[in-house]
Design a protein around this ligand. Structure first.
Ligand code: PEP
Length: 258
């Protein structure tokens, strides 16, 4: 939903497959999504592991379902063994690149500054960065949620100021990712409104028009209520994106939210 007098923000649901599956299961999942593509075209995408991006590109081309990467290098081409550049992802037809997912931040040490560099590389290559932010349970219990979100947002504002509407934010409370715990609709709305306001305060003039997705144990059973919040524009979906019927149901919930 959008503020009065503004064009409604389009819904978007992205599936983050993480490091799951193999070629056969990726093929089956893509086939399942294609079977429901008509309902969700233009409002959904998947982020498979790098080795299956080519498969996603081949199967999803022309379907209206997009594809993206789960991460991107903070470097341009060169001697960076194991890295994948934004330009390579653009070559694979990716629309989006996730940056700053909490698993990257906590398990692989991605810093706020590195997340900003990754977002900049993505934008320079014509990709849409999906900047993930969120607090831990300890942060929330200490009353530091807004402090943490502000720090994470402020680090990317200089990059996102130049992006116009070519960026997406994802609020993913770390305590809700893969745990079965979900932020209440009110908690999600409060965080999304804060994120949008902080972006605006940081000079990101497109903030009112940017899609801010919610991620953290979204399921078909809770999607409608979450996506019914005025500042929740869709979802970033982990576990449920591995089951075609569940992902399609979540996408339909987002599409009907306005
Ligand atoms: C995620 O990892 O981005 C995520 C939201 O995971 P899940 O839906 O499994 O909580």
């Amino acid at each position: 939903m959008s503020a009065p007098n503004e064009a409604p923000r389009a819904a978007l649901v992205l599936g983050n497959w993480k490091m799951n599956g193999d070629a056969a299961s990726a093929e089956a999942l893509l086939a399942g999504l294609l079977a429901g593509a008509r309902d969700i075209a233009g409002a959904a995408g998947v982020c498979p592991p790098y080795p299956y991006l080519g498969l996603a590109a081949a199967r999803l081309a022309g379907s209206g379902i997009g594809w993206g990467a789960q991460d991107v290098s903070a470097f341009d081409d060169g001697a960076y063994t194991g890295e994948v550049s934004a330009r390579m992802l653009a070559d694979m037809g990716c629309t989006w690149a996730l940056v700053g997912h909490s698993e990257r931040r906590t398990l692989f040490g991605d810093t706020d500054a590195e997340v900003a560099r990754k977002a900049a590389r993505a934008l320079a290559a014509g990709l849409v960065p999906v900047v993930c932010v969120g607090e831990t349970l300890a942060d929330r219990e200490a009353g530091s949620t807004e402090l943490v979100l502000a720090r994470q947002i402020d680090a990317v504002c200089p990059v996102l100021r130049e992006a116009g509407e070519r960026c997406v934010l994802a609020y993913e409370p770390v305590w809700a990712i893969g745990t079965g715990l979900t932020a209440s609709p009110a908690q999600a709305q409060a965080a999304h409104a804060f994120i949008r306001g902080r972006l605006a305060a940081g000079g990101v003039v497109a903030a009112p028009r940017l899609q801010v997705l919610y991620g953290g144990s979204v399921k078909p059973s809770n999607a409608v209520e979450l996506f019914g919040q005025p500042d929740v524009d869709g979802g970033l979906i982990g576990g449920a994106s591995l089951v075609a019927a569940d992902f399609l149901a979540i996408c339909r919930a987002a599409a009907g939210r306005a």
